[in-house]
Ligand binder design. Sequence first.
Ligand code: AMP
Ligand code: MG
Length: 341
Amino acid sequence: MEAPEITLILSPQEIGKAASIIKSGGIVAFPTETVYGLGANALDGEAVSKIFRAKGRPADNPLIVHVSSREMLNMVAMDIPELAFKLMDAFWPGALTIILKRKDVVPDITTGGLDTVAVRMPDNEIALALITGSGVPIAAPSANISGRPSPTKAEHVIKDMDGRIDAVIMGGETRLGVESTVLDLTVTPPALLRPGGLGLEEIIGTIGEVKVIEESVRSPGMRYTHYSPKAKLILVEGERKSVLFEVKRLISESRKQGLKPGVLVSRESAMDIECDAKYILGSVNDLKEVANRLFSGLRFLDEAGVDIGIAEGVFTEEREGRAIMNRLRKAAKERVIKKQE
Ligand code: AMP
Ligand code: MG
């Protein structure tokens, strides 16, 4: 890699440098437990607009505001319902973003003009130290170019954002690998707007009823292309043996057309699939592993220079699996569903 144009912040001792950049209206990428975020002072509209420019993000797609304390939450949100406290007690810091009524100090650009605000407390020492050190809530979407897979390593951030942002804190690989679960608490019952790192089962276990909205219209971000590798991705869903058969067929069909295929497969199917560009997502019995490796897998297809990507969508839609299948469907241009043969 050529010498990057962004400041690389290499050690936790240097987080003060990143906090100064945030305080003076700059933008910094930082690790969280989900994916890397691209942060700016959430209360400074000018600073937040730099995030949208750097990512090429549509202006009506609101950002998540990251806080390091309940006091900071109170700076941006009001009329906080009892359920929110229950959830925060159970899951913060953690991969749960809640939608609340916003206060006027939050600029329109941060919330995409909505009268609500998305808030989360990340479970990562570096992220918390950055927010506390900056003294302001930090608005941060994932630190990728809009439409690309979210970054789970600092290297992914540098690849997408070099020359576009002020600095990146090199924090190693993120622990969960998929973004936070987004839950709207301004409606009754609360509505799941985006599945994520925290399982829906856990939320229901804590607050009871949750409404699941497929392909939510109320979360503006869900409308746009997401997570896409450069090559066309075909997702094959269903029972694993039938999926395996179809994946093999698609590999040979693309070869016949003179195209180079690449595959994202389960550990269970890996041995049975012959392909030069093969990436193992993880075991069907280990959804945490798959979540962790998913976005690197989508980026792998680009690095391997394939013409067509084929992914096995064989993960159960429970816990992290709900987010995994959601991201795969969003990344795919085409979806094939195989029934048992
Ligand atoms: P990202 O920052 O890329 O992880 O995306 C943040 C997600 O949260 C997007 O899907 C947004 O549409 C959603 N979001 C952020 N703020 C709000 C809000 N006020 N109401 C509904 N969805 C929101
Ligand atoms: Mg994103």
